[in-house]
Design a protein around this ligand. Structure first.
Ligand SMILES: [Zn+2]
Length: 488
């Protein structure tokens, strides 16, 4: 994105950049307090925190791709120099950077990029524990498509899931290959051809199985399709006609680990961060979902974030809708004003006020995530998202209450205390997908020392994931997923 309206002249000489920047306001005496880098596939964020608002100007340079940012009113200090060492080799966008005092009171950072980016640079006023923040978000020119990401992940996993090598190498069916118009349809076709763990075991419906570790290799129970003779083929099977598989579909459950990146969520008395715990729980639940099926239809988990970076609330909803998720489960572990508060609770959306003042308080707190995490309110996408968030429906809320009820029953079953015996309702922004049953699970209060300790324990997280999985299965047993053809 161009730094619009700036008067500047750019000189490119032998690959080096020279900028002559126009007249600007200078923030006086600002000093840098901290710098943070949050690399992720969606985008990489660089945050520069200071004790006064910073002015900056930026310039994107083509080949090789670079981004130069001049920050005015500051001197180079040790905190800023640290930025160089904070770039990780795995960063999808930043190769490295240089930082230097470009002129009196002007520090220049030059990012050497791995690919062309569309930067969004904006300032955030002090909020929560943060002072002023200058945020540099580096987005790819072509946004990451959640559906494609899901398919890529599915394909990546497929050979591994086949384990002993018996499953994926199935002889191509007699039907003629059809034009590949629907990647997910192809996936579904491949899926249905694949014997093994995914085929519904006789008594799996009760959901008492705990597929944490993959089941031992068994002879695939698919006599109609003999497995290929020997070595696993590296090549995935060719796209096949979906004729025999039209009725098959993949049930997608969107898992939404709360917070992330600049937004740590609640922090326990011993320093446990909500954003870390909820991502771990989401990973455990994902394992279970990916190993399960509903009436023979395989399930697949989709994570709205799978790393430690910030995802705005509206984007979480948008991603879930993009993959046409059947359910949306937001996972949290919040704090309350008093350490005595404890217990799990499950929330659905409310269109008409909260079911209790505690629910309202919590919804307000969760909805604050965008301010803490840092949203560029000026951009077009943010406005589109806000419009989207006012389309919630009564039907969605009714289904969400059923899903929440099923989960609450199971959480109770593992002996976790319940904060409230019923599903509560409030205006959580992240639950506003108009067409997806959506719940927010507060797994426990991280502000309670005992529950904080529980949340860190592997067995507790496993039990929690089991309970949530059983709740999902119980919901589907009573509310079978509708037939739906996914179109890209
Ligand atoms: Zn939370």
């Amino acid at each position: 994105m161009k730094a619009g309206g700036l008067k500047r002249r750019v000189l490119l000489q032998g690959g080096s950049i020279a900028l002559m920047l126009g007249v600007h306001q200078i923030a006086r005496g600002a000093s840098i307090l901290a710098v943070r880098v949050w690399p992720a596939a969606d985008y990489t964020r660089v945050t520069i925190e200071s004790d006064a608002r910073l002015n900056s100007q930026q310039l994107v340079v083509g080949s090789p791709p670079r981004l130069a940012v001049d920050i005015e009113g500051i001197d180079l200090n040790p905190e800023l120099r640290e930025l160089v060492g904070k770039i990780k080799p795995g960063d999808p966008y930043i190769n490295g950077l240089r930082v230097g005092q470009n002129a009196p009171k002007v520090v220049r950072i030059v990012f050497d990029l791995k690919q062309a980016v569309v930067p969004q640079v904006f300032s955030l006023a002090p909020v929560a524990a943060y002072k002023h923040r200058l945020v540099l978000d580096l987005y790819p020119e072509q946004a990451v498509d959640p559906m494609e990401a899901l398919i890529a992940e599915r394909l990546r996993d497929a050979p591994r899931t086949s384990g002993g090598g018996s499953a994926i190498a199935v002889a191509p069916p007699a039907t003629a290959p059809a034009p590949a118009t629907d990647p997910l349809g192809d996936l579904m076709a491949q899926q249905s051809m694949r014997p093994g763990p995914q085929s519904p075991p006789p008594a799996a419906a009760a959901g008492n199985d705990r597929p944490v570790t993959p089941p031992p290799p068994v002879v695939a129970a698919a006599p109609a399709r003999p497995p290929a003779p020997s070595a696993p083929t590296v090549q995935p099977p060719p796209p096949v006609a979906a004729t025999a598989n039209r009725t098959d579909r993949i049930i997608i459950v969107a898992l939404d680990p709360g917070h992330g990146g600049e937004d740590p969520g609640a922090i326990g008395p011993n320093g446990t961060r909500e954003k870390d715990i909820v991502l771990q729980v989401a990973h455990r639940l994902r394992q279970r979902i990916n190993a399960s099926s509903v009436n023979g239809s395989p399930m697949r988990a989709f994570l709205t974030r799978d790393a430690d970076f910030f995802v705005p609330l509206g984007v979480r909803v948008q991603k879930a809708r993009r993959v046409q998720a059947d359910l949306f489960v937001s996972i949290h572990a919040d704090a309350f004003t008093t350490p005595a508060a404890r217990g799990a609770s499950v929330f659905a959306l409310s269109q008409s006020g909260a079911s209790s003042s505690a629910a309202r308080w919590l919804a307000n707190k969760e909805n604050d995530a965008d301010r803490v995490g840092g949203v560029n309110v000026g951009n077009h996408e943010a406005q589109v998202q806000r419009a989207l968030l006012d389309m919630s429906t009564t039907a969605q809320i009714n289904d969400s209450l059923k899903l929440g009820g099923a989960m609450l029953g199971e959480i109770k079953g593992i002996g976790a205390r319940l904060h409230k015996g019923q599903v509560e309702q409030a205006g959580f922004a992240v639950l506003k997908a108009p067409d997806i049953p959506s719940v927010l699970v507060e797994t426990a209060f991280i502000s309670n020392p005992e529950e904080e300790a529980n949340l860190r324990r592997v067995d507790y997280q496993e039990n929690l994931a089991d309970a949530l999985m059983r709740g999902i299965q119980r919901y589907f047993a009573q509310n079978p997923p509708l037939a739906r053809s996914r179109q890209l």
